[in-house]
Design a protein around this ligand. Structure first.
Ligand code: 7PJ
Length: 283
């Protein structure tokens, strides 16, 4: 399986690491440390050196309860960072946005991938993504970030995510988005309580039935830090445990803050997969 974007190809012979680059003043867990351009470029370079394959640039905080950001503000946060990285590095660049105008401008500035936590449901987003002609990550979310963690409920969380994926794939295809441009993500922490999140993690492999790349993002999320009773900055081992489990269940892309440590995990996982493949061949 592989993803094509313009002249680039992302192959999944090994899992790919997506490094998180928040450019919001109220970022989920880096406290806005990297909101200035220089700091963002420095962080981007360090993630690439440490083994990131994709950098995910986000200018709208979608952490629970975060305020909405207007398009002008989001553009002013992400576009200079995209241009700055694009001018210096030839890596895969992703923009974490739900807004059509940000998708459009980011694509013009050279991003390779749209990462939309609202799965192209905002006004004009599907059209913008199709016109940009680059791959899109379609993520499941129940509700909206402002209120999504207030008692999330499902009759069956796994079924709801399946129903959502089926519906979004169908609508996107009907509008002309090629299936080979889609990535799926169950959206850990987006309108889900602890048991919903761990249930989805335990069944992550079920989402292979669509034949599409799977992205998993659990790094420093409340499913880890609330469980451990710590702050989001102090859950590295828990985040690596979740990454490991996701890899064992076949995730293709792991979205993380701690790139260096996750890269170690991926290398260990890869060594295991290689001997398993070899012994499978001789059986
Ligand atoms: C995710 C995301 C995720 C995808 C965020 C945070 C919250 N995009 N953007 N999947 N999470 N595709 O980083 O903790 O899980 S923002």
């Amino acid at each position: 399986m592989k993803l094509i974007s313009q002249s680039k190809c992302l192959s999944f012979h090994r899992p790919q690491i997506m490094g998180i680059l928040n450019v919001t003043p109220d970022s989920f867990s880096d406290g806005g440390q990297f909101s200035s351009l220089d700091a963002a470029l420095f962080h981007a370079e360090s993630m690439l050196k440490n083994g990131a394959h994709i950098l995910d640039i986000g200018g709208e905080s979608t952490r629970p309860g975060a305020p909405l950001v207007c398009a002008e503000e989001e553009l002013s946060r992400v576009i200079p960072v995209i241009e700055g990285i694009r001018a210096r590095f030839d890596c895969w660049l992703s923009v974490d946005t739900s807004k059509a105008i940000v998708m459009k401008e980011a694509a013009l500035a050279g991003v390779d991938l749209i990462n939309d936590v609202r799965a192209l449901q905002e006004k004009g987003a599907l059209k913008a993504a199709i016109e940009a002609d680059i791959p899109v990550c379609l993520m499941h979310m129940q509700g909206q970030p402002q209120t999504m963690q207030v008692q999330p409920q499902y009759p069956d969380v796994l079924q709801s995510v399946h129903d959502f994926f089926k519906a979004r794939i169908r609508v996107c295809e009907e509008h002309g988005l090629n299936r080979n441009k889609m990535i799926l993500d169950p959206g850990f922490g987006f309108g889900k309580n602890r048991s919903h999140n761990y249930h989805l993690l335990s069944k992550l492999d079920e989402f292979h039935q669509y034949g599409l790349p799977l992205l998993a993002g659990m790094s420093r999320k409340s499913m880890i830090f609330k469980l451990l009773g710590r702050s989001a900055e102090d859950v590295l081992a828990g985040s690596l445990a979740c990454a490991t489990i996701a890899l064992m269940k076949g995730a293709h892309i792991i979205r993380v803050h701690d790139v260096k440590e996750t890269s170690d995990v991926v290398q260990v996982f890869k060594a295991l997969s290689e001997v398993e493949e070899m012994s499978g061949e001789t059986q």
